[in-house]
Design a protein around this ligand. Structure first.
Ligand code: PMP
Length: 327
């Protein structure tokens, strides 16, 4: 097997309080790590964007807050404060030297005994950073993607949908693989009642008769930070919003096919329009420049890149600025 150059991909990582080269012995864990056996691990996915004031981390504090909530839900105690993790993330971004990219904080029950109680296992906390372009491709962002409803059901009864817990991502990965093997770009999970839940790693919105509709937080979905950004942008700033109303309610499968527009959103996927679901064309299947999906995408990316919008000051953390302060 070809040797992977980890330093080329990840540069430096932050691990339990210090920065280390991505291939240093500190970056490895023992085979007795509880999380490998039983899935007790939580993570975040955050993007940072190239702005006029250097790399800016999008909604850092909100992601760190969810990181701690994810850990709490699965009874994992992170031995740091949220401020410590914010600082660790800023430090890792500043050390990586990239202008834009993706950040992966992770905390897991580490080496120790392998009974089903993890309280005496060392908790490993790390931050990885890497370069990552459009998750579903540049063409997908512009022309739309094709989705397939998944045979893998999302269940709030048996999953921790509000936690970004690693164990959930076995289902997400199976759904994504199934969709891609069938020639689609991604999967839409339904829940046990047949209602629309979310994509493998993104939330979903439909547009119908001047309503912008997304499943409520009581559905088996992750409380997406991009979902929240979209709702905030739409309800507070968007100039066309006089004409539209954002509604959080259950969506049934047929409503997907009959939607005027559909888009998905997530840190990795950003805002990606959908042109087809299960072979059914959404709207007329052509994503035009002035579609609502493309307009929301534009305002979202401008906000994240500090180019405008009401929220840039509140949502952006500048990694270089932190370095200047430290000196
Ligand atoms: N749902 C799932 C299952 C996800 O993994 C993600 C990606 N984190 C999302 C939704 C979107 O969440 P966010 O906008 O916070 O990235």
């Amino acid at each position: 097997m070809e040797k992977i150059n980890l330093v080329e991909i990840y540069g430096k990582i932050w691990i339990n309080g210090e920065l280390a080269d991505a291939d240093s012995p500190k970056a490895y864990t023992h085979l007795s790590a509880f999380a490998i056996h039983y899935g007790k691990s939580v993570f975040e996915g955050i993007r940072f964007y190239d702005t006029r004031k250097g790399p800016a981390i999008f909604r850092l504090k909100d992601h760190t807050k969810r990181f701690f909530e994810s850990a709490k839900i699965i009874n994992l105690k992170i031995p740091y404060s949220q401020d410590d993790i914010n600082r660790a993330i800023i430090e890792t971004v500043a050390a990586c030297g990239l202008k834009s990219g993706y950040i992966r904080p992770i905390a897991f029950a580490g080496p120790g005994a392998l009974g089903l109680i993890s309280k005496n296992n060392l908790v490993v906390v790390a931050v990885l950073v890497w370069s990552w372009g459009a998750y579903l491709g540049k063409e997908g962002m512009e022309k739309g993607i094709r989705l397939k409803t998944s045979s893998y059901i999302k269940s709030s009864a048996s999953m921790f949908c509000k936690s970004k817990c690693a164990a959930n991502y076995v289902l997400a990965s199976l759904a994504k693989e199934e969709a891609c093997q069938c020639g689609y770009d991604d999967a839409i999970h339904l829940d046990e009642k047949g209602l629309v839940s979310e994509c493998s790693a993104a939330n979903i919105f439909i547009v119908k008769n001047s309503q912008i509709i997304t499943p409520p937080l009581s559905a088996p979905i992750l409380a997406g930070i991009t979902r929240d950004s979209v709702i905030n942008i739409l309800t507070n700033t968007y100039p066309f919003m006089d004409l539209y109303k954002v509604i959080e309610r259950d969506i049934c499968r047929e409503e997907l096919y009959a939607a005027d527009e559909c888009f998905i959103c997530g840190t990795a996927a950003e805002i990606t329009p959908v042109k087809e679901i299960d072979g059914m064309i959404i709207g007329d299947g052509i994503i035009v420049e002035n579609s609502l999906s493309r307009k929301i995408q534009k305002v979202y990316l401008e906000t994240a890149k500090g180019l405008g919008g009401n929220f840039s000051a509140e949502w952006l953390t500048y990694a270089n600025f932190y370095q200047w302060n430290k000196k």
